[in-house]
Design a protein around this ligand. Structure first.
Ligand code: OOG
Ligand code: NI
Length: 301
């Protein structure tokens, strides 16, 4: 018998997703409801539009480090985005082929935060004096998957966490959640009639008790009108800090994307439509609001 070896990209994406679905109750809740209604027949029938990660802009970490993993898997770096109010930079990465999700990676501009917050972040990250991704064998999927679940710094105290949270919700999220998958994204336009517009899908989500991010409205629409997105609000979970205090903090969330057919392909018959015929990429104003899916303002609001 000959077993085909699984590619590192498959091992890594699979492992990320398994950890994510084990921690984010809305993932199985939504899948279960879609199965019950026969919208899909298996989790694998759900098309994953993109996944997202968050990083810290400090020496040897950040996008420059993190991207090496996915560039080695054949991803291509695409557009740059800047989020002034949130002090974030981001890029998206196109997959090696259309069965893989796009990737959105953001990075906190640590040097623009207050001295107090910078001091906390540097206290925990300054011992990272070489790029940890350089030490990995990127052909070894299991090793990379384990790396993405592994702490690169010690946990802060609960007081330090609160200091971060008061100034940058993003900083607080990353210091605790690290490289955990921030969200996966269901491609709404791939679903059957009755579920394949965001209005219908959001109504379905609310009917099963899923809470949606309302920042900028439940549906975020790109300037060209062709990329529409919505997302859940992260659940809170108990996190125990270095001082043994436990606080409820935000975990990960689920996103929904509807990509319309580009105007130049609008006359193609439905059965000829492939992902390359639809609006690609991301949109700054949509993303700016989607980040808030882990923010206290959305969770407590
Ligand atoms: C990413 C927010 C942006 C999108 O699809 O525009 C985003 C994050 O919350 O880290 O996911
Ligand atoms: Ni997203």
């Amino acid at each position: 018998m000959h077993f085909e070896e699984k590619k590192p990209i498959d091992i890594v994406l699979n492992d990320l997703f398994e950890h994510y679905r084990a921690n984010v109750a809305d993932v199985d809740k939504i899948t279960k409801a879609l199965l019950e209604r026969q919208v899909v027949h298996a989790q694998d029938d759900i098309v994953n539009d993109h996944i997202a990660f968050r990083t810290l802009g400090v020496p040897n970490l950040g996008i420059k480090s993190f991207e090496k993993i996915f560039l080695s898997f054949g991803y291509q770096k695409r557009d740059y985005f800047y989020f002034e109010g949130k002090k974030l930079d981001a890029y998206w990465f196109a997959p090696p082929s259309s069965e893989y999700p796009r990737i959105f990676v953001s990075e906190l501009r640590v040097s623009e935060l207050s001295a107090a917050v910078q001091e906390i972040i540097l206290k925990y990250t300054r011992d990272i004096t070489t790029d940890p991704v350089d030490e990995l064998d990127l052909n070894d999927g299991e090793q990379v998957a384990a790396f993405l679940q592994k702490p690169l710094w010690n946990l802060p105290t609960s007081a330090e966490y609160q200091t971060l949270l008061a100034e940058s919700e993003y900083a607080a999220w990353v210091i605790y959640n690290r490289y955990y998958l921030n969200h996966y994204t269901i491609s709404i336009h791939e679903l059957k009639d009755g579920y394949n517009t965001l209005e219908e899908f959001n109504a379905f989500l609310e009917s099963i008790g899923v809470k949606l991010n309302t920042s900028g409205g439940k549906i975020k629409t790109s300037e060209d009108g062709l990329l529409r997105q919505s997302s859940t609000v992260s659940a809170l979970y108990d996190a125990t800090f270095a001082d043994a205090n436990t606080i409820q903090i935000a975990g990960s969330y689920v996103e929904f994307a509807e990509r319309s057919i580009l105007p130049e392909y609008k006359d193609l018959p439905n059965d000829k439509i492939e992902s390359k015929h639809r609006r690609d990429g991301f949109e700054t104003n949509n993303a700016d609001k989607i980040f808030e899916s882990t923010y206290t303002t959305q969770i407590k609001g």
